[in-house]
Design a protein around this ligand. Structure first.
Ligand code: F6R
Ligand code: MG
Ligand code: MG
Length: 369
């Protein structure tokens, strides 16, 4: 029987502002999911948070996009949002964009990353969760894990990884996807995913002829675009991803290594600024400075018989202290640009914009040059 891991998340209220997660919401989620283990909808779960996002990590045998699992997540978010309204948490129910559930959380506001696979003899899996940024923030680290020999030594020296991997890339503006092979088509992959606001890595697959089934993903990223769903600003997408590790895949350390570089991502204050992605422990996942800087948490599991077990908080390690210090230097440097690009995003990418109003007010004062 195959194992499915579903990571479904939503911002259902911040504490205070958009900074962090109220313990009462974690409590509600744990109660709901415990009941679902008893009734057999899921086999196990872990409730996490990053910034103001509630993260439901669930294991089961129902496959990807299962209606019962999605309904469970939706109902849990609804229950949590009720609690958030009672406590008058900030933006209570923010990501729940519809009143009615229709079989799947897709298009309703929450984000999801799910994959179904045949468990190996041992199955290390990392759940990555980001706050104050967008799905394209995963492009650089996922590329480095599965395609960059300067990051992943195994691509060069492990015969089981040497053939490379297949990347499924989505054009999230035109709703199209393409499969590209690495290393053969590496430059084409980079040509697309460097434009991270449009082209995002959705899945990574093993190549045919190796140890792993080529149709079972080894990595998956959420690609939900909240602003396109709602047609107006309703908060950042705050993406999540699942990555399997070891024995022919990048080793755990190769999966984490890309995050030692705090690359610039878009999001941060008002979803309208570029800033460094800072890897942190869950206890440090509070977005305080200028509502950020954007953060990523990594929880590592040893999945066994479709059970998650307890996670290890992987960035809770002094080995990432230097990255955090560097991220803060970059945050300082970027902040000094104030409202100027490239700290503030270009107009097309800004989620809050006063420009139409400014132009309207000034329209009679503009003269031909
Ligand atoms: C960014 C984010 C925050 C808010 C900001 C203003 O994704 O959630 O930076 O955009 O705190 O929030 P409002 O407009 O709700 O006062
Ligand atoms: Mg929020
Ligand atoms: Mg958030």
């Amino acid at each position: 029987m195959k194992t499915t891991i579903s990571l479904i998340k939503a911002d259902i209220g911040g504490w205070p502002g958009h900074a962090s997660m109220h313990p009462e919401l974690i409590k509600v989620a744990k109660e709901e999911l415990s009941r679902a283990v008893e009734t057999g909808i899921i086999k196990s779960f872990y409730v996490a948070h990053v910034g103001d996002d509630l993260e439901l990590i669930m294991s089961h045998n129902r496959g990807v996009g299962d209606e019962e699992v999605h309904k469970l997540a939706w109902d849990t978010f609804q229950k949590g949002a009720e609690k958030a309204r009672e406590l008058k948490l900030y933006g209570a129910g923010q990501d729940l964009l519809s009143d009615a559930f229709s079989g799947n959380v897709k298009g309703l506001g929450p984000g999801s990353a799910e994959m179904e696979f045949t468990e190996r003899k041992s199955e290390p899996l990392v759940a990555f969760m980001m706050d104050k940024t967008e799905p394209g923030a995963f492009n650089l680290p996922i590329f480095r894990m599965f395609a960059d020999p300067f990051n992943t030594a195994g691509l060069v020296i492990d015969p089981a990884a040497h053939a490379g991997f297949v990347f499924e890339i989505w054009d999230i503006m035109e709703n199209k996807k393409v499969l590209l092979r690495s290393p053969e088509e590496m430059y084409d992959i980079l040509a697309l995913i460097g434009a991270k606001e449009r082209y995002v890595i959705k899945h990574v697959f093993p190549k045919e002829g190796g140890k792993l089934p080529p149709d079972e993903p080894v990595a998956v990223v959420s690609t939900d675009k909240l602003y396109q769903i709602a047609g107006k600003y309703v908060g950042k997408d705050d993406p999540v991803a699942l990555v399997r590790a070891q024995s022919g895949l990048p080793a755990l350390g190769e999966v984490l290594e890309p995050f030692s570089f705090p690359h610039l991502v878009s999001g941060w204050m008002r979803g309208s600024h570029n800033g460094p992605l800072m890897p942190v422990a869950m206890r440090q996942a509070k977005c305080t400075r200028f509502d950020g800087p954007p953060r990523v948490v990594a929880l590592g599991f040893q999945v066994h018989s479709s059970l998650l077990g307890e996670p290890v908080d992987l960035f809770d390690d002094p080995a990432f202290d230097m990255t955090r210090t560097k991220a803060q230097e970059i945050a300082d440097y970027m902040r000094r640009h104030g409202p100027f690009e490239p700290h503030r995003l270009p107009l097309a990418d800004m989620e809050y914009t006063t420009l139409p109003g400014v132009l309207e007010r000034l329209k009679d004062r503009f003269e031909p040059i």
